[in-house]
Design a protein around this ligand. Structure first.
Ligand code: S3P
Length: 172
């Protein structure tokens, strides 16, 4: 089985995914890292050198490769992965269980403000208010994709441990 974690940037997909994989004794794959290793460039460098469309094509190719070749893994996606290239169909394919880690814009902004330089889509935003406003609009646009996940878990008030426990509960 493939357990796929999706959600906005800063929703904790990678941290939660790594913990969940340890508990389940599954392999952990972070899609952004997988892409970075494949092309030997950071996500930021790919966006800067080749642009977003190139990144989305690469993201789709890597996602297909992982679903075709891997089993018993926890896969953490990039924030935009569900919203491009028909990826949500792959994400909800027979062998995959998808989980949306849902947070409010304010919680996301609190987490992202200090880390935004590494994230090409938000690195231009100067103030926290600008960031919250951007996230609120962007989340609204992405909502129809994220909500196709098999399970939705609101994690604003949960610790990493509690989030992992909630995931295990909905899965088994
Ligand atoms: C993106 C999210 C990033 C990364 C890229 C684009 C997005 O991943 O894939 O910068 O479109 O939301 P994280 O959600 O891991 O930050």
């Amino acid at each position: 089985m493939i357990i796929t974690l999706l959600g906005y940037m800063g929703s904790g997909k990678s941290t939660i995914g790594a913990h969940l994989a340890t508990i389940l004794e599954y392999e952990f794959i972070d899609l952004d890292n997988f892409i970075e290793e494949k092309v030997q460039l950071s996500v930021k460098e790919i966006f800067n050198a080749k642009g977003e469309i190139y990144f989305r094509k690469l993201e789709n190719a890597c996602l297909k490769e992982i679903y075709a070749l891997k089993n018993n893994i926890v896969l953490s996606l990039g924030g935009g992965t569900p919203c491009f290239s028909g990826n949500m169909e792959l994400i909800n394919s027979e062998n995959s269980k998808s989980i949306y880690l849902k947070l409010l814009p304010k919680s996301l902004s609190d987490r992202l403000f200090l880390e935004k330089e590494q994230r090409p889509l938000i690195s231009h935003l100067k103030t926290e208010d600008d960031l919250i406003e951007f996230i609120a609009i962007h989340l609204f646009e992405r909502q129809s994709y994220y909500s196709q996940a098999a399970h939705v878990i609101a994690t604003d008030k949960l610790t990493v441990k509690e989030t992992v426990e909630s995931i295990v509960r909905v899965l088994y």
